[in-house]
Write a protein that binds this ligand. Structure first.
Ligand code: MD6
Ligand code: FE
Length: 220
């Protein structure tokens, strides 16, 4: 029972409606974090972290990997989803069942029924790593939300609007926070400010972010 799993993680999670379509539950996953993060070494043994190239020839400061039937990649050819890890030539490892269950439950709690992620981008931020303002629009089904889990070092999430002229809010994302991003917010610009040095008992000198998505075409 996915909903029950989510509900038991924290008895009265503090739900913050940051904007229409943006729901944050602070520290929702602190209890589950050790088990969720224990999945990482096996995934990274299949598809290690790497710094991808942008179409413009820059190297991303965030180290990335993926799991799921699709993974988000960027290289000189562009941004896209790929069923194969270009670094290994093999499919990405499967999304752990515990990650899928927690993401589906979070989406449901935010009002998105039947969220079945087929892609999970794994981001690792060392101190100084950042993610510039961007829109997530490479997914085939923009009606589905994105569910984001943050672990380890805190970072400031930049919450912009639908255009670059809109003002940008800054929100701390801390260990165990869950963000659901969909509906009218799905194409809002967002990013992550440079992470400052620190140590976390579970992630060491890093921030880890998981974004679970429905990237492929919905099954008929
Ligand atoms: C991060 N997150 O938190 C980057 N995108 O490291 C994202 O880019 C993101 O958190 C779409 C929806 C939720 C997110
Ligand atoms: Fe994003």
């Amino acid at each position: 029972m996915q909903t029950d799993l989510f509900a038991t993680l924290t008895p009265q999670p503090e739900r913050l409606d940051l904007a229409p379509g943006v729901v944050l539950w602070r520290q929702q996953l602190t209890t589950a974090a050790p088990a969720l993060l224990a999945e990482l070494p096996a995934l990274l043994a299949c598809s290690p972290f790497r710094h991808m190239q942008t179409p413009g020839g820059h190297t991303l400061s965030v180290a990335m990997s993926n799991c799921g039937s699709l993974g988000w990649i960027t290289d000189r050819q562009g941004y896209r989803y790929s069923p194969v890890d270009p670094q290994t030539g093999r499919p990405w490892p499967a999304i752990p069942a515990s990650w899928r269950a927690a993401a589906s439950a979070a989406a449901q709690a935010a009002g998105f029924a039947d969220f079945l992620p087929d892609a999970c981008l794994i981001n690792r931020y060392a101190p100084g790593a950042r993610m510039g303002l961007h829109q997530d629009k490479d997914e085939a089904n923009l009606d589905a939300p994105i569910v984001s889990f943050s672990f380890g070092l805190a970072a400031r999430f930049l919450l912009g609007g639908l255009t670059r002229r809109d003002k940008v809010e800054r929100i701390w994302l801390t260990h165990g926070d869950v963000l659901v991003w969909g509906g009218p917010a799905r194409l809002r610009l967002h990013g992550i400010q440079a992470v400052t040095p620190g140590q976390h008992p579970l992630t060491g000198a890093y921030r880890i972010n998981l974004t679970l998505r429905q990237a492929g075409r919905p099954q008929p």
